[in-house]
Design a protein around this ligand. Structure first.
Ligand code: ATP
Length: 367
């Protein structure tokens, strides 16, 4: 059992502005929770407060219901894996993995069993006698993972552990950590700035911005029901398209962008939802995959046809990204890779008005 609870946790570094503001997170036993957000949003500081490496300015942190504010890191029963591996260069892989257990005066045989078991899980058996400099980046990161696993901690904390690896290895290690989570049945808290990592690994994702929690939800909930414009733009790649305009009522309900390049007829279901925004400013958002190419699409009643100028066409192999301007804002559509449209040509696209997102212009909260 290992639940981690943050209650009204804040952190102010000496004389500075708050790095973490009034954060509340409930992490359940065996859950994989990802803290994600742009650089400087307070992810690492939050993780370091859970680890006990950073003092809490205000609020409380509980591990399994026990308040740990004043408990030293080594007594919190947690293990942390860092971006830079932090391996001892003069020790072999075995010695690096065994080091923490030796310090805690575990019997020799127990250390051997735990290290060999972890090496087996991580595919490191043949490297146990090597020094870190004779390992690849991915292998070093595995040793850092092994060092955490042998401790059998209640909670694993990861601080951007894959940032130093190349893109292919990152994807591979990502799946290995997910498998590890499954087989160890441990509570894991994982910090990253990479929304793909967050979406693919997390049972639950905490989105931070400027030290404030913006939304806590499952990956699909975040994707389909972002609570505000920031979350909507942060989750998803390529990002959601945004354009400002007004809601008008002429033969039903319509959206018209400020410079008039985008006019959408909205279905009656929006009438109630947007009734307070008639003739008022509003942000519209639509994901690139909700804009379709007329050549590859069966028309549905919710579709609005728009003619656009394809400024850039990017074939990705399995799909194609189309870039085109509306009101001088660059929009992106992702379409299936059947036939590649020519760059610089005009194209009919459909906006799926069943998939629109709207945001208040001031608060940027989703409507
Ligand atoms: P990154 O992805 O760049 O690592 P992060 O989301 O992990 O960013 P933190 O490292 O938690 O962000 O930092 C949050 C804020 O606190 C930043 O504005 C940072 O400059 C500040 N900060 C972090 N550590 C300290 C420190 N030791 N002293 C003063 N300010 C700090």
């Amino acid at each position: 059992m290992a639940e981690v609870t943050l209650r009204n946790v804040s952190k102010v570094f000496d004389g500075g502005k708050p790095a973490v503001k009034n954060v509340n997170i409930d992490i359940l036993d065996k859950e994989f929770v990802v803290l994600v957000g742009p650089s400087g949003c307070g992810k690492s500081t939050t993780l370091r407060m859970i680890a006990g490496l950073e003092e809490i300015t205000e609020g409380d942190i509980f591990i399994d219901g026990k308040k740990v504010n004043d408990i030293s890191p080594k007594d919190r029963d947690i293990a942390m894996v860092f971006q830079n591996y932090a391996l001892y260069p003069h020790m072999t892989v075995f010695e690096n993995m065994a080091f923490g257990l030796k310090l805690r005066k575990f019997p020799k045989q127990e250390i051997k069993t735990r290290v060999t078991d972890a090496a087996k899980i991580l595919g490191l058996e043949e490297f146990l006698n090597r020094k870190p400099k004779a390992l690849s980046g991915g292998q070093r990161q595995r040793v850092a993972l092994g060092r955490a696993i042998v401790r059998k901690p209640k909670v694993f904390l990861f601080d951007e552990p894959l940032s130093n690896l190349d893109a292919k290895l990152r994807v591979q290690m990502r799946t290995e950590i997910s498998k590890l989570h499954h087989s160890l049945e441990a509570t894991m808290i994982y910090v990253t700035h990479d929304q793909t990592e967050a979406m693919t690994m997390g049972d639950k994702i905490v989105i931070l911005k400027d030290g404030v929690v913006n939304q806590i939800d499952s990956p699909l909930q975040l994707y389909n029901f972002p609570s505000n414009k920031f979350v909507a733009g942060f989750i998803g790649s390529p990002s959601m398209n945004f354009i400002e305009g007004k809601i008008l009522s002429e033969k039903g309900i319509n959206f018209k962008s400020n410079k008039g390049s985008l006019m959408l007829k909205l279905s009656s279901e929006y009438e109630k939802k947007l009734s307070g925004y008639l003739n008022k400013d509003i942000w519209l958002g639509i994901r690139p995959e909700d804009i379709y190419d007329s050549a590859t699409t069966q028309i549905r009643p919710t579709f609005n046809q728009i003619e656009v100028n394809l400024e850039v066409v990017e074939p990705m192999g399995n799909e194609i990204f189309l870039y085109f301007p509306l009101d001088n804002i660059q929009f992106t559509a992702r379409i299936p890779a059947r036939e590649k449209p020519d760059q610089g040509t005009r194209r009919q696209l459909f906006f799926d008005t069943g998939k629109l997102h709207f945001f208040d212009p001031q608060s940027e909260i989703a409507l």
